[in-house]
Design a protein around this ligand. Structure first.
Ligand SMILES: *[C@@H]1O[C@H](CO)[C@@H](O)[C@H](O)[C@H]1NC(C)=O
Ligand SMILES: *[C@@H]1O[C@H](CO)[C@@H](O)[C@H](O)[C@H]1NC(C)=O
Length: 194
């Protein structure tokens, strides 16, 4: 873009200078000056626009997407509410989720979408709470039963977060989920920055 304008400016100057050779009158040179000045002003404005475009590009939408599965390790029952660590990161674009602590930390303010799904044997209860900082947001639950050998459940939520907000899942005291890499997951992504 800038190159094109520089070319146009040089072309015009060349043309005008050529005309000046044929007509020494001052009026013509003055017109040429005006044209060159206008073009220079245009060039300045274009440079400004270019800088604005670069600035906007640097602010382009951030990508934050993660999915994690239970992985190895004990999946309950524990005798207290325990922050549940989904140890197998399936996808972790933006590294906002930590597979070692189980905590997602919002890297930018915006609306995020989270899901929790579980599979569990029917013998124990299951209680999974999704928290935003210290605030309980949504949960999913199954009651223990003797006639039902397996349970599945889940929940999902859109959450408006500010930068640094923490989202994590707690497993309720004396409840459990099924381990492994396929059944019980925690996922989230940034829908839009705000
Ligand atoms: C030179 O410029 C004057 C003033 O603009 C104009 O009247 C005249 O016709 C021009 N002459 C030529 C040869 O272009
Ligand atoms: C466990 O968490 C639930 C849900 O927030 C709460 O109702 C309950 O009091 C907690 N229990 C303990 C022992 O902290």
């Amino acid at each position: 873009m800038r190159l094109t304008i520089v070319l146009i400016v040089s072309l015009f100057s060349g043309l005008i200078l050529a005309q000046d050779d044929d007509n020494a009158s001052g009026t013509q040179s003055c017109n040429a000056c005006e044209v060159i000045e206008k073009l220079k002003a245009m060039e300045t404005r274009l440079k400004e626009s270019e800088n604005q475009i670069l600035e906007l590009k640097s602010k382009e939408k951030k990508t934050v997407i993660f999915s994690a599965a239970t992985g190895g390790g004990k999946c309950g029952p524990f005798n207290t509410n325990t922050t549940f660590i989904y140890r197998t990161a399936i996808t972790n674009i933006g590294d906002a989720y930590s597979p070692s602590t189980g905590v997602f930390v919002a890297p930018v303010a915006g609306v995020y979408y989270f899901t929790i799904f579980f599979h569990a044997g029917g013998k124990y209860a299951t209680l999974l709470w999704l928290y935003k900082n210290n605030e309980l947001v949504v949960m999913t639950q199954e009651h223990p039963s003797t006639f039902d050998t397996a349970d599945n459940g889940g929940n999902a939520v859109f959450l408006q977060l500010v930068q640094g907000d923490q989202v994590y899942v707690q497993l309720g005291a004396n409840t459990h989920v099924w381990g492994g890499d396929y059944h019980t997951t925690f996922s989230g992504f940034l829908v839009t920055e705000m």
